[in-house]
Write a protein that binds this ligand. Sequence first.
Ligand code: FAD
Length: 453
Amino acid sequence: MVNSCDADVIVIGAGVAGLAAAAALCRNGLRVICLEARGRIGGRIHTVHDALAAVAVELGAEFVHGCPPLTLSLARRNSLPLIEVTGGRVRLEHGHAIDDSAAARGAEAVLGSMRTEAGEEHDSSFASFLDRHQFPAPDKRRATEFVEGFNAAFAGRISIAALADEARAAQAIEGERMFRLAGGYDGIPLAIHRMLSSGLGQVRLHSTVRRVEWSEGRVRAGVSSPWDGGEEALRSRALVVTVPLGVLQAAPGEPGTICFEPEPVEALQAARALCAGQAVRVTLRFDRAFWMEREELRQACMMFSGEPVFPVWWTMAPFDTPVITGWSAGPKAAPLTGQPRPAVMSEALSTLKRMLGGVPARLESAWYHDWQADPFSRCAYSYVPVGGLPVRRRLAAPVAETLFFAGEATDTSGHTGTVHGAMASGLRAAAQVLEALGRSGGTSPPGAAYQLL
Ligand SMILES: Cc1cc2nc3c(=O)[nH]c(=O)nc-3n(C[C@H](O)[C@H](O)[C@H](O)COP(=O)(O)OP(=O)(O)OC[C@H]3O[C@@H](n4cnc5c(N)ncnc54)[C@H](O)[C@@H]3O)c2cc1C
């Protein structure tokens, strides 16, 4: 069997989860083929290098949330400078900055009380948690804006047990701090790719996996090529699947989806029970940073508002460049979904005009990627619905020692929806594969997974 295989392990997807899994497996002496549908690596890390922007523009992940050891270590070892995001937070109404500190403190109290109350046995949605308590209405509103905006979630669906879990995990890595990779987030997937391609691994781009036939210890992946429309079959002993939750949930036959034969029923049921969050971001470059001309906005990095779509905007602080990003997530992103690009851009611009009381500068460039319509993501990132914490664990469990699911949606350490959570899930899957194939590596202690890279 071993000799008839094209690789020991096939990995589907060359986002950070797939790359981390592949690099860790290569490092442990396994031959790995990583199949990627797009013509680039990185998946939901998608950096644009625009010579006139002075900074890297991100269309997907932008921030390193907290100080996750693996990201920091990759950045250090590959000389990728990390810049801490500085500057204040401002609330804007009808073009004016208002003092919102009381409601912001109130929202923090609401979230603190939610963390105390939540537990796997006492789960509920965030909205029903609010209904059960008599917090002041503005505090509830701010807390809801935060939960929906950050998690790309609906307050009526998201689990407070999962939110509390994520808050604990974030606290352990100084989650209140935020960083940017000065040269672009794509430095991280590129760094992992270098490790993988210098070993026994290869990444094949433009390789969409359409069909997986498998039995214990045997995998046959049907891969379509965009060049001639033909299908190639590749064989391995194990398969790591890192496609996004939206792809796992899509109806069979939709572009990007994978038909499993036989279906790993429990894993796919688990995937369907999780939530695929929506987020829309638009980045605009003007001929000058006109917001810096206003005293009250000069030090601001984050601007919040009650706008129906694009309520949140951030600057590139501490970089003094005329680039600003609008963010719409959860219910606020829903009206934008499926809209053509000009409609989204026009909504973003008119929101910015209302928020700042005008846009006295010339728009020079604008970037937008529709992650919901993208057949290879079909969502922004996942979140856990009420009662869903055990579901994630089911998705992360090996299937017959042959199929292994990884990717941000399978993270069980409280870092779901992040780059570092996705990487860690890839390392966890690699450890599971090594154990299944009788190699050393194992799954414990948790820190050992990091040693795999
Ligand atoms: C707009 C946006 C903003 C974000 N902001 C942040 C942030 O600031 N900080 C942060 O930490 N995280 C952020 N995230 C989340 C972060 O980007 C993801 O959690 C992480 O990149 C997911 O990595 P992954 O490897 O699990 O999935 P992906 O990166 O999506 O990789 C999966 C890969 O599978 C490929 N694929 C899909 N179907 C097939 C198929 N049939 N055959 C072959 N290949 C296939 C895809 O093309 C993709 O490359 C953001 C995400 C979005 C969308």
